[in-house]
Design a protein around this ligand. Sequence first.
Ligand code: NDP
Length: 416
Amino acid sequence: KRNVLIIGAGGVAHVAAHKCAQNNILLGDIHIASRTLSKCQAIIASIKQKGSQCGPGRLQAHALDAMDVEATKALIRATKSQIVINVGSPFLNMSVLAACIETGAAYLDTAIHEDPDKVCEAPPWYENHEWKRREACRQAGVTAILGVGFDPGVVNAYGRYALDTYFDSVDSIDIIDINAGGHGRYFATNFDPEINFREFTSTVWSWEKSQWKANAMFERSQDWDMPVVGTNTTYLTGHDELHSMSKNLGVPNIRFWMGFGDHYINVFTVLKNLGLLSEKPVRTAEGLEVVPLKVVKAVLPDPASLAPNYTGKTCIGDLVKGKKNGKPHEVLIYNICDHEQSYAEVGSQAISYTAGVPVVAAAMLIADGAWDIRRMANVEELDPKPFIELMNRIGLVTRIRDSRGDRVLQPHDESA
Ligand code: NDP
């Protein structure tokens, strides 16, 4: 049994805490720490209300500024936590990782580190921050698994699994992320607007012909016919997983495509062109200094408030193309997640659900030893089979569509 410390009390933390509670026998005590204590307490109340805690582990809320490495170390020690699930904002990664390296706790996160002062970094970003601590993790014998949400995370495992199982050589991996759900509001982001807009205001990097290619957001589009959600228009988007998969998989083309409706693009374009997505302060005629992006965030719906009315499904997967026995071959490995079912189960929408389940699956694989690697790794460096199998059991079912049809992917039943 390993005690778990969850850092952050947002949408993903909410799902992660519920899933840890459902798997409490393996994971032990569950501690939730964030800047705002009441948000941690609300998550605990929601777990108790759903009655999902199995096993005797304690559930406890803590106030913590996770930028403070000493305070984080003290909390890890006081709670005897052996696994830290960092699902706070991506600005916290390097501080929380430092606290883990210094206390020996395993470290998990779901997003690449971001520097609040830099909107666009040079790829591959992992080299700018996390990978600099790789040697320190190895020396301390600390397990650190980076980017283990859905994308990044599960899609990295899908890429690795496809490579290992179905191909002699892979030419391209297209990661396709479609949210075909609706929340009924005029305009809203599914997670923190500041983080969400940063993803779309900076340069779009993709890995093409084994080098980085720069595009502008919404410059390249592609329609895909996806299972359940049908044909959707997607746009080339920069994403964390490209930075590690380009280094670790030896595949010449890796791209990320995200689905957007025309309405989202219109509103986004107006906000951007008016300067309302800027992080640079402006002064009003009355002498008031405001950051436009913060004002936009303040007037948009709180992403967590969307969950009760969210309907429809997400479809996220990897379309992998290459050669098998000298012939062209392709597979689509994907997951479908239902917003309403996620809400009924844990009180969250599917975007948070698809990120929160994998990070807990990874914690369980550390606890049972399968992924307790005592070094730093991105998900595509690890054996994807136990991960996919465990997620099939705890809420995220993987499917495959290929020339043999469409079926649930049971890694041990598959053959090339
Ligand atoms: P939210 O914005 O809902 O929550 C972030 C939480 O971080 C808040 O509870 C906030 O605390 C807390 N926080 C911020 N600064 C500090 C600090 N200094 N000390 C302690 N806590 C702090 O985010 P989400 O839950 O939507 O996302 C969490 C992470 O997951 C993000 O990194 C996001 O990029 C990532 N993500 C990954 C996905 C994937 O598939 N890989 C998908 C979706 C998200 P408070 O509110 O108490 O101030």
